[in-house]
Write a protein that binds this ligand. Structure first.
Ligand SMILES: Nc1ncnc2c1ncn2[C@@H]1O[C@H](COP(=O)(O)OP(=O)(O)OP(=O)(O)O)[C@@H](O)[C@H]1O
Ligand SMILES: [Mg+2]
Length: 180
């Protein structure tokens, strides 16, 4: 569950990227946020991840107000979220396989679990044959699917995707995302 209560974000430059946002996304809900370039979509996602701090208002994730969440607790918050960033944020010196495996490694998954899970999600996004490639050897859509595989691999309770379907063909798009 994601709840925004009168949230505003004003960057240090003075730009107000989010203005008085109030909404709730319930468990199991599949929500789209649509808006023109520069209207604040990516900023809103960064607020959910606590990558940016809200200037005003409260953000409640799974019943917890993260407004005053301590820095040390932020990794635990992010563990429940699978995120596909607009710029993908892949590790350039790691293969497709290792980019996805790394996401499991940092949450201390066992090697056995990693060996089982990574090929499964790569197959899910149609990239089994690209496992040994590096990000710069992939098309934009393929890179985005690696980012999607990485977001899914730890079975997060919510998936947050910035521009998830622009480059994805429908046969690779998943039917729904589940919010918890
Ligand atoms: N780090 C930052 N510092 C200052 N201003 C920023 C910063 N990041 C974004 N902005 C500004 O905040 C506004 C919203 O940006 P944001 O990236 O959230 O838009 P967006 O809706 O994701 O756009 P797009 O569809 O192009 O990805 C823009 O005016 C942008 O210039
Ligand atoms: Mg954006």
């Amino acid at each position: 569950m994601i709840e925004f209560k009168n949230v505003s974000k004003i960057y240090e430059t003075g730009t107000e990227a989010v203005h008085d946002a109030t909404f709730t996304i319930e468990k199991g809900e599949f929500a789209f946020l649509v808006g023109t370039s520069g209207s604040g979509k990516s900023t809103l996602i960064k607020l959910i991840l606590k990558e940016e701090e809200a200037s005003r208002g409260n953000i409640i994730i799974n019943g917890k107000d993260i407004t005053y969440l301590r820095k040390k607790r932020v990794p635990f918050l992010r563990r429940s979220m699978g995120v596909v960033f607009q710029d993908f944020r892949l590790l350039p010196d790691k293969t497709v396989y290792d980019n996805v495996a790394f996401a499991m490694h940092i949450v201390k998954a066992t090697p056995r679990h990693i060996r089982r899970q990574v090929p499964m999600v790569l197959s899910l996004v149609g990239l089994s044959n690209k496992a040994k490639m590096y990000p710069n050897e992939l098309s934009g859509g393929e890179q985005q699917r690696v980012a999607l595989a990485r977001a899914l691999v730890n079975n997060p309770s919510m998936i947050i995707a910035d521009e998830p379907t622009r480059k994805l063909r429908s046969r690779n798009s998943l039917g729904y995302y589940e919010f918890a």
